[in-house]
Design a protein around this ligand. Structure first.
Ligand code: UDX
Length: 444
């Protein structure tokens, strides 16, 4: 099947590549000349495990091409995926200007072509957009003289760092359509990825749009909830790891997205929680739980700094802190809304110096902070000249450091572990003379 994917950001590039992998002919479109040149030359603008191999294979097989020519790409396509950015407006609402511009461009290219049956041409909204957007885009398409073009909603549930696996083996595929034939056409496209256990779910566009926001909001809620319990454990002298086991074995609660940390970040949870609140507000509904989730997360991003300040009696000026992990989570170079940045800003504002290490995200941090920070070439290198170690992102390479070496290099043997990565070894660390702070381990 012929597919056009407009927008070669994270979602567009993964979607286009994975659709090519099962034999479709995919043209990815982008209007950023630098990104396009990189992709056309065989490069990849983001770090995502396995994506380089898949892009190469499908490019070489002739199933995956990149172009700046939107009109040419969509004229031959049955499915036109829209995967452009949906930035946040100051009031938390979603800015649809890029989506609308693409829709107008697609209509301009398709207007003169022979009209077919519903399902012959489908604009598939992949970008995360508030409930009601499909309706507005459908009206826009009709106003643009393209009533023969259908508009479907197909939210993505891709986790950065595991996006290929999530696309190829989805928990479910959700599509929102107004016409049965459109659902059938998308069902055919997604058939290679779906099984009885990985169902293809067809619903109304409004429900599909809501599904995406509700899924992210419930996951963000779980995280903020367990973070809150962890903070209470610190105050009460309880251990969040014991408490997690105590509650997580209840099948109704479970363990997933229930690990305390330095607050959730990334391009989705923070933005989608606020987007849902704003969309609800427009409809006259107040989302009290989501508002609290967002507020709790803002506070959580300051918890590590609070522990550091307390330990050093507020005397941070002139001290150097080693920060391990800058990306908002492991296996990505994405630093959007990363808790490490909130911590770094607070440390710098307190007059401290910061020496960082991240396997992939350092270049993105350097682009913003420049020489305000130091960048080590390896984890241990970040400890030289540092007073204490703060672990923010749980990259696998941080799991088992040589603690003898860590102690030797730090001026004060203190570890602030934002992911409870060393919680199981806490008594060894204490025996070795470290002071150890986790999140929710019964100590502020
Ligand atoms: C998320 C959703 O998981 C995905 O389905 C959606 O489509 C896009 O948004 P992503 O932003 O890539 O994916 O990251 P995710 O793995 O969900 O993590 C989000 C944040 O939550 C990270 O900062 C992570 O560290 C944090 N987190 C996650 C926790 O603090 N505790 C947990 O238990 C799980």
């Amino acid at each position: 099947m012929n597919v056009a994917v407009v927008g070669t950001g994270y979602v567009g590039l993964v979607t286009g590549t994975c659709l090519a992998e099962t034999g479709n002919s995919v043209t990815c479109v982008d209007n950023n000349p630098e990104k396009l040149a990189l992709l056309q030359g065989g490069g990849i603008p983001i770090y995502e495990p396995g994506l380089d191999v898949l892009v190469k294979r499908n490019r070489e097989a002739g199933r995956l091409t990149f172009t700046g020519d939107l009109a040419a790409a969509v004229r031959g396509a049955k499915f036109i995926f829209v995967a452009v950015g949906t930035p946040e407006l100051p009031n938390g609402d979603v800015d649809l200007k890029y989506v609308n511009a693409v829709v107008d461009g697609v209509c301009a290219a398709l207007k003169e072509l022979p009209k077919g049956a519903p399902g012959d041409r489908i604009i598939v909204l992949k970008s995360t957009v508030p409930p009601g957007t499909n309706r507005a885009v459908t009206e826009r398409v009709i106003a643009n003289g393209c009533s023969h073009v259908s508009v479907a909603s197909n939210p993505e549930f891709l986790k950065e760092g595991a996006a290929l696996e999530d696309f190829m083996n989805p928990d479910r595929v959700v599509v929102g359509v107004r016409h049965e034939l459109v659902g059938e056409a998308l069902g055919e496209l997604y058939a290679p990825y779906c099984t009885v256990d990985r169902p293809f779910l067809v619903m109304a566009p409004e429900s599909a749009e809501m599904t995406k926001y509700a899924a992210n909001a419930v996951l963000a809620t779980k995280i903020s909830f367990i973070n809150e319990v962890a903070n209470l454990c610190d105050a009460a002298g309880a251990d969040i790891n014991a408490v997690r086991k105590g509650i997580g074995h209840d099948q109704r609660i479970g363990f997933q997205f229930f690990a305390p940390g330095p607050g959730y970040g990334g391009s989705c949870f923070p933005k989608d929680v606020l987007g849902l609140i704003a969309a609800a507000q427009r409809m006259g509904v107040k989302l009290r739980v989501c508002e609290a989730v967002d507020e709790a997360n803002d506070a959580q991003k300051k918890v590590l700094f609070g522990k550091i300040t307390k330990h050093f009696g507020g005397q941070l000026a002139g001290k150097t802190f080693a920060v391990w992990g800058l990306a908002f989570k492991p296996k990505t170079d994405d630093i959007r809304e990363a808790p490490a940045l909130t911590l770094i800003d607070a440390l710098l504002a307190a007059g401290a110096k910061v020496k960082t290490f991240d396997p992939e995200a350092a270049k993105n941090v350097k682009a913003i902070y420049g020489d305000k920070l130091q960048y080590a070439a390896d984890p241990l290198g970040a400890l030289d000249g540092a007073t204490a170690l703060v672990l923010v992102t749980e990259w696998p390479e941080f799991r088992g450091p040589d603690f003898v070496e860590v102690k030797k290099r730090l001026a004060a043997p203190v570890i602030f572990d934002g992911r409870n990565l060393y919680a199981e070894q806490e008594h060894h660390l204490l025996e070795a003379g470290f002071t150890y702070y986790g999140i929710g381990r019964g100590k502020n």
